[in-house]
Design a protein around this ligand. Structure first.
Ligand code: AMP
Ligand code: MG
Length: 340
């Protein structure tokens, strides 16, 4: 039965990589549910097809849990949004299939959302920022971005791997294990607290861009040399990588003269990174916010919220054209809802 009140609600599905998330938000931006299940590989990295299998297996359960949490019925949904890209093909396609099935069954419109834009928009919603420089650092992305001349522009980004991926690969090489509620980056962070010696690692800032693959190789080589304590290596990796991020972010701030700085993405949960950016933001008299963890890691709420923003501007897609976009770049996205 349709709800008798007129509250409009969006269901958002996130499935770009290791997380399958479902968010339910009303059109005012109130989060009614934000439920997630993370694929944890037995060994090695994230295998796209294994992660997709996890999503397919858990989709029904997570969607039901979101409805139970929000205390609403599927018929209360006004629009369905899904992460259309960028991301891993099999994962994106699994999320898209669930979204298409729901939209078609409920006979409601479908909106395709850019995952990176969603990180920024939920960050703005929960912090109240309107026009920030955003540092978005996660398992799959490392981007410094801001809205400029009608679009979100990339001021700096990784030229190879994302910092989160770099931390995860290093941690696995060191034999560390990921657990529920304790991502590998957080394990590295805990060890880094006990580090004392700053070991030399390549500082790779190229113009406004960053590189972490040579940095990772150097870290792994030092690890295998067994010359240093793991705590010192974790400490050094954090100090060098986070300095690189802070430098590029500082230059983006100076260039754009924006007065808000937003930190988001899974790596944004790191206290040392948060502190470095805070010191820099204070020096420039810039307002600074860290997006709370439940909205900084990959989540369904951010897809639902961005879906609402896009839907209000009529940006819906027919199911037959709702193909996923594995390499969908931030600056290719139309964002008419942003006042630039
Ligand atoms: P996301 O891709 O946004 O879901 O974030 C996942 C990434 O964030 C993984 O690479 C994690 O290892 C990393 N991560 C999570 N918590 C922390 C932390 N406290 N410090 C550094 N990295 C973290
Ligand atoms: Mg993730």
């Amino acid at each position: 039965m349709k709800r008798c009140n007129s509250t409009k609600i969006c269901l958002g599905i996130e499935a770009t990589a290791d997380d399958f998330g479902v968010g339910l938000l009303d059109f005012e931006g109130k989060v009614l549910a934000n439920v997630n299940s993370t694929f944890i590989p037995e060994t090695g990295g994230i295998h796209p097809r294994e992660a997709a299998r996890h999503h397919a297996k858990n989709a029904g359960r997570i969607i039901s849990k979101a409805f139970q949490t929000a205390k609403i019925e599927p018929q209360d949904i006004t629009v369905v949004a899904f992460s259309q890209g960028p991301g891993l093909g099999p994962c994106l396609r699994t999320g898209a299939t669930a979204a298409r099935a729901l939209a078609s069954y409920l006979n409601v419109p479908l909106v395709g959302v850019n995952h990176c834009v969603a990180h920024i928009e939920i960050g703005k919603l929960v912090t109240g920022f309107t026009d920030p420089i955003t540092l978005y650092v996660s398992g799959g992305n490392t981007i410094v971005t801001a809205f400029d001349a009608g679009r979100y522009r990339i001021f700096g980004e990784t030229l190879d791997i994302a910092l989160g991926n770099c931390l995860d690969v290093f941690a696995r090489e060191a034999g560390l294990r990921q657990q529920e509620g304790m991502p590998l980056g957080a394990v590295v962070e805990n060890l880094a607290k006990k580090g004392e010696v700053l070991v030399d690692l390549p500082y790779s800032v190229k113009g406004m861009d960053l590189s972490f693959s040579g940095f990772l190789t150097a870290g792994v080589r030092l690890l295998r040399s067994k010359k240093y304590r793991l705590e010192d290596l974790c400490f050094s990796i954090q100090e060098v990588a986070f300095s690189m991020l802070t430098e590029v972010t500082e230059r983006a701030l100076a260039h754009t003269e924006k007065i808000e700085l937003l930190l988001t993405g899974g790596v944004g949960a790191n206290k040392r990174l948060q502190t470095m950016l805070k010191i820099m933001a204070d020096e420039h008299d810039v307002r600074y916010c860290v997006v709370p963890k439940q909205y900084a890691l990959d989540n369904g709420a951010m897809i639902a919220w961005t879906g609402i923003l896009a839907y209000k501007y009529g940006l819906i897609i027919p199911i037959e054209n709702s193909y996923v976009r594995l390499k969908w770049r931030l600056e290719e996205v139309d964002a008419p809802w942003v006042k630039g």
